[in-house]
Design a protein around this ligand. Structure first.
Ligand code: KG4
Ligand code: ZN
Length: 336
């Protein structure tokens, strides 16, 4: 009986260096993620050149760890999968170069897939069943996109952000409020002690189409903060004001994302919603979006480790492999 094919997946699109071992029949043997948060924290955002350098130093150790914890040797790998788009070009180049080199050295096929296809496929992996067709929301640090997902490799974009991504709004607001990096988890933590509604932030474009806009929200946080900051002298009050603002920001972003998901489901006639990307790790968003179930929709929310960047979701490459869609020798890193 033919043995399953073992894939090595590689992810370096932003600030996580990740590798995973999975099989063509859907089993994930290992998934190792090395986060660069400590490298970027003092800048309040990802610095592209530092990201590339950190990938360069961590890529081989991360692959080594993924192979070891899967209990396989490099020689057991039958295909290499890499997210070659979209992302920071210097960061992507590291993963793509290593993937190409391994594919040539081992004499195995190379598959190039999109990081966004991976984020959607994480729902397929989490649910263990076919999820297509569906509406898919990917909300991360670099993207906020709605897709009509007709198949794993057939994502039709039906909405996108016109300026900042949702994760960027979290990150920039957290930097402004000096809450730390990455901003999403920092805002979520601060919001636990605050109340939405004390401050009033806009819900940008909530009644308008399927596109998003989050840059105004970042400005609104800055304006609201400037108004109260000067009038507060006690550190406890300052902390409470930050917590209330964080809670309102989280609610505003959650309201917009859920409203757009609902509109996309209605517009496409799909009954199933898949969500992915780092912002989907947000607890308030997870509980809000699951309320769509009461309206008759099926909602798939992957576990946290499959929402934030990882290489296991590069298993979408198995679909490309089945279709014989192998990457050419000149596979490039594509930032957009
Ligand atoms: O998908 P991801 O790990 O990387 C990109 O592809 O960008 O998403 C990272 C983004 C960051 O902006 C981060 O602040 C946000 O996801 N994020 C969160 C949470 N965890 C990560 N946003 C809100 N709440 C969270 N718990
Ligand atoms: Zn991502």
């Amino acid at each position: 009986m033919a043995r399953e094919t073992r894939f090595l997946g590689i992810e370096t699109s932003c600030d996580e260096t990740a590798a995973a071992v999975f099989t063509d029949d859907g089993r994930v043997f290992s998934s190792v993620v090395h986060s660069q948060h400590s490298v970027h924290a003092r800048f309040g955002g990802v610095v592209p050149e530092l990201a590339a350098r950190a990938h360069l130093s961590r890529m081989i150790p991360v692959i080594d760890e993924a192979l070891k914890s899967a209990g396989v040797r490099l020689a057991d790998i039958g295909a290499i999968a890499v997210h070659h788009r979209p992302g920071l070009v210097g960061a992507l180049v590291i993963g793509v170069s290593v993937a190409k080199m391994l594919s040539v050295a081992l004499g195995v096929p190379l598959l190039g897939v999109s990081h966004l296809e991976g984020h959607v496929y994480a729902s397929r992996m989490a649910s263990g069943k076919d999820i297509y067709p569906c509406v898919a929301l990917v909300a991360s640090g670099g993207h906020t996109v709605l897709f009509h997902a007709k198949g794993p490799l057939e994502l039709l974009r039906i909405g996108t952000t016109r300026d900042d991504a949702a994760g960027e709004a979290f990150d920039k607001a957290a930097a402004l409020l000096e809450l730390g990096f990455p901003g999403g988890p920092a805002i979520e933590k601060a919001a636990l002690k605050g109340r939405p509604g004390v401050f009033h932030l806009p819900r940008p474009m909530i009644h308008e189409g399927l596109d998003f806009s989050f840059s105004g929200l970042k400005t609104a946080v800055a304006v609201a903060w400037r108004k109260v900051e000067d009038g507060i002298s006690c550190s406890e009050q300052l902390f409470q004001a930050k917590a209330n603002l964080a809670a309102e920001l989280q609610a505003a972003i959650g309201d917009v994302l859920v409203a757009k998901c609902r509109r996309a489901l209605e517009a496409t006639g799909c009954s199933r919603l898949a969500v992915g990307g780092g912002v989907v790790a947000n607890g308030l968003f997870r509980s809000r979006v699951s309320e769509l179930v009461r309206e008759g929709f099926e909602v798939i929310i992957p576990p946290l480790n499959l929402c934030t960047d990882n290489a296991a979701m590069a298993a979408v490459a198995v679909e490309a492999w089945r279709q014989g869609r192998f990457a050419p020798a000149d596979l490039d890193a594509e930032p957009a």
